[in-house]
Design a protein around this ligand. Structure first.
Ligand code: 3HC
Length: 675
């Protein structure tokens, strides 16, 4: 087998090139090749220095994640980086694309680093539930300071080459198109400079309070995660200690994390997200339909948010409303949102104008005839949607994709209002649509394969994570939300408080519990709007104007800053309803809340799978991570069920008298897992 690492002599400089598509992951063959190349450099007196560069779209994007959990093949990455650094002759890292994780650690082990301005540097291991395990926690603080190292390693977001240069991680910038030549020239210039700058030998100092301040400032985003705390601890405990000691502490931390459930869950999601983009019976080379202009019907919260995705990606949008004031209000909100981003420094004023300049607001439905993809985002009513699709059928250009943003309704029935059901598909965005990453693509019985392939591609362009769902009430996400909501309400009647139920969910790692979510979304959503018709706790709340956060009262009371507190009035309402309905009371334990609100979601997920409404269990996990804030360190509901044990889940469901999905029973019988 040929090695992914090749060497070539440019005079007295050895150019070491990696060619390991798609992202030059540092698998065993790459590590062996690098090791051999450094030996070649040092064994040959005619060579004075080396450049390490990569072919393809990126510098090493990290260790090969597919090797994790398998027996390690020598040499390990920690050995390889030490070999590079120990070289008697200078080694220059020539970086383009993304130097991530192990890739960044290779660069840190080189004596000099040159990068193109578009390159990025990062230590994203934390997002896989692990820590930089090839000297990153030791070399980065020495090269770029403790604060910078904490930012990179404990948060995991990459920085630009410019920021890396400012921090000392990059020594010089190369021309965007002349990286290799510039790196060779740089290597030649530094060929005789001694002593060699070795990161592990640099001293590291730290200001008092840095670690505590960092912990405090990032407490919210790190809640529940093991890896960030361990990364901070590794750096804190080893700062000022010799490199060898530090790297041993790093190794211990790495091994602890990689054996843990959180890391397994987060690696699962990394691959699940990428797998979700693949549709089993749609070939990858399916010819896509060109999407040059998008039409959006409805300029409300959803329509506006949906439009912003396309505008931000540089795709023109025609947005249609029925009345001028609604159209003006909608476009006004979009502008305000963009200006808000600009105020936070996330966009420039020119970018705001650029995006808004791509928007064509209109009252004329016929203007949609110029669009290649039309997304309907009006309120949930089948008759209204059918009327719209019937109309679209007469005006949309041949081959245009007709999509509905419905969150529950039957796409096949909507498609039946047209003479082109093959062109009809569901594109279910999650609110706020310009922020939430999830997009459920609902595949109708007749949806054409090239339509599916095209919308999956469009999703990627607008930076969404798309998951394919079949036609069923609520698709994947909202369908699984239903049993949770039903059980939460029943538990309330049987003796639990909203606070207890929400607390169990928040402690589990959800951003909020069912009642907090109800208050945020609006308790009145879907309410019949007749204050005299009071048939449930929720009707009573709505009748009393307790519509949630927007009214300062819902299941909780809220102060002016929307801080919640338990509501005595809600407690009274609940007590009245318990009495009125004669519901038997018992002490509801936290365990029962988990079994009845979370195991039931898993059960529903299993039904979705057995009905073929999701392609794979991991797709369901992706929906819940990106659409509802399920804690990524628990890997989504189906992965979580695997970790709990499917036998335990079935026993819990049976204990409370639920009808257990056949698939779940079959899995237990065969000793299988979902993932
Ligand atoms: N190992 C193995 N496979 C990887 C990989 C890695 N580190 N990174 C990406 N891939 C695979 C993906 O699974 C995908 O495979 P597929 O085509 O079969 O689905 C393929 O490469 C392309 O990946 P993307 O679709 O993500 O390509 P993009 O161009 O959108 O993104 C990227 C490129 C920014 C490099 C992105 O892939 C990424 O973020 N990769 C992970 C980076 C990372 O986490 N590195 C740290 C690894 S852990 C580590 O280094 C430990 C060390 O400290 C010891």
């Amino acid at each position: 087998m040929t090695s992914p690492i090749t060497t070539e002599r440019q005079g007295d400089i050895l150019v070491i090139t990696s060619n390991n598509p798609p992202v030059n992951a540092l698998g065993a063959a790459v590590r062996q090749g690098l090791d051999a190349a450094i030996k070649e450099l040092n064994d040959d007196d005619s060579l004075k220095a080396a450049v390490i560069r990569c072919e393809g779209r990126t510098f090493f994007a990290g260790a090969d994640i597919t090797e994790f959990g398998k027996p390690m093949q020598e040499p390990g990455l920690p050995t390889v980086v030490d070999t590079i650094e120990a070289s008697e002759k200078p080694v220059v890292a020539a970086v383009h694309g993304t130097a991530l994780g192990g890739g960044c650690e290779v660069a840190l082990a080189c004596h000099y680093r040159i990068a193109v301005p578009s390159a990025k540097f990062g230590l994203p291991e934390v997002k896989l539930g692990i820590l930089p395990g090839a000297g990153g926690t030791q070399r980065l603080p020495r090269v770029a300071g403790v604060q910078f190292a904490l930012e990179l390693a404990a948060k995991g977001d990459p920085v630009s080459a410019k920021a890396a240069q400012a921090a000392g991680l990059v020594d010089r910038l190369a021309g965007e198109d002349s990286l290799t030549a510039d790196a060779i020239a740089y290597a030649r210039k530094m060929a005789d400079a001694r002593p060699l700058p070795r990161a592990s030998e640099k001293p590291v100092t730290v200001e008092p309070g840095v670690f505590d301040d960092f912990r405090k400032a990032n407490a919210k985003r790190m809640r529940g995660f093991d890896a960030p705390a361990e990364i901070i601890a590794v750096i804190e405990e080893t700062v000022g200690k010799p490199y060898a000691e530090g790297v041993q502490r790093e190794r211990n931390g790495f091994m602890k994390l990689i054996m843990g459930t959180q890391s397994a869950a987060m690696r699962h999601i990394f691959f699940a997200e990428r797998k979700a983009a693949k549709i089993d019976d749609v070939p990858e080379d399916t010819q896509l339909r060109p999407i040059k202009r998008v039409g959006v019907i409805g300029a409300g919260t959803m329509g506006g948010g949906i439009s912003m995705n396309f505008l931000s990606a540089g795709i023109p949008v025609t947005i249609v409303e029925m009345a001028q004031d609604a159209l003006d209000r909608g476009t006004g909100v979009m502008r305000k949102n963009y200006e808000g981003s600009a105020a936070k420094g996330r966009m420039t004023a020119e970018q705001v104008e650029g995006a808004m300049g791509l928007l064509k607001p209109t009252l004329n439905f016929d203007d949609l005839s110029e669009c290649d993809l039309i997304i309907e985002a009006v309120y949930e009513n089948m008759d209204v949607k059918k009327e719209i699709f019937g109309k679209l059928d007469t005006i949309a250009k041949p081959g245009a994709i007709l999509a509905s943003n419905t969150s529950y309704l039957n796409i096949d029935e909507i498609a039946s209002a047209t003479n082109r059901p093959g062109d009809v598909v569901g594109m279910h965005f999650f609110s706020p649509a310009n922020v939430m990453k999830l997009l459920e693509i609902v595949r109708g019985a007749k949806t054409d394969k090239d339509v599916l392939a095209t919308v999956m591609d469009v999703a990627k362009k607008i930076k969404k994570v798309a998951v394919v769902a079949g036609v069923c009430y609520g698709f994947i996400g909202n369908r699984m939300l239903m049993p949770r909501q039903i059980e939460a309400n029943k538990l309330l009647m049987e003796g639990a408080s909203p606070q207890q139920i929400d607390k169990v969910h928040v402690e589990f790692g959800m951003p909020m519990g069912p009642f907090q979510m109800g208050d945020l979304a609006g308790v009145d959503i879907g309410w019949h709007r007749d204050p005299n018709r009071v048939e449930s706790i929720r009707d009573q709340l709505c009748a009393e104007g307790r519509w949630g956060q927007k009214k300062g009262a819902g299941f909780y009371d809220y102060d002016e800053k929307r801080n919640p507190s338990p509501s005595p009035r809600v407690a009274e309402i609940i007590a009245e309803w318990r009495e009125k309905t004669g519901t038997p009371q018992h002490d509801v334990t936290d365990e029962e809340i988990v079994e009845r609100t979370l195991y039931t979601m898993v059960n529903e997920g299993a039904k979705i799978l057995q009905e073929g409404m999701a392609q794979r269990a991991s797709d369901i996990d992706v929906v819940w991570i990106y659409g509802y804030g399920w804690p990524v360190y628990r890997g989504g509901p189906m992965f979580w069920a695997d970790t709990v044990g499917l036998k335990t889940v079935v026993a819990g469901l049976e204990k409370h008298g639920f009808e257990v999905a056949q698939l779940l029973r079959d899995k237990v019988e065969k000793g299988e897992r979902f993932n």
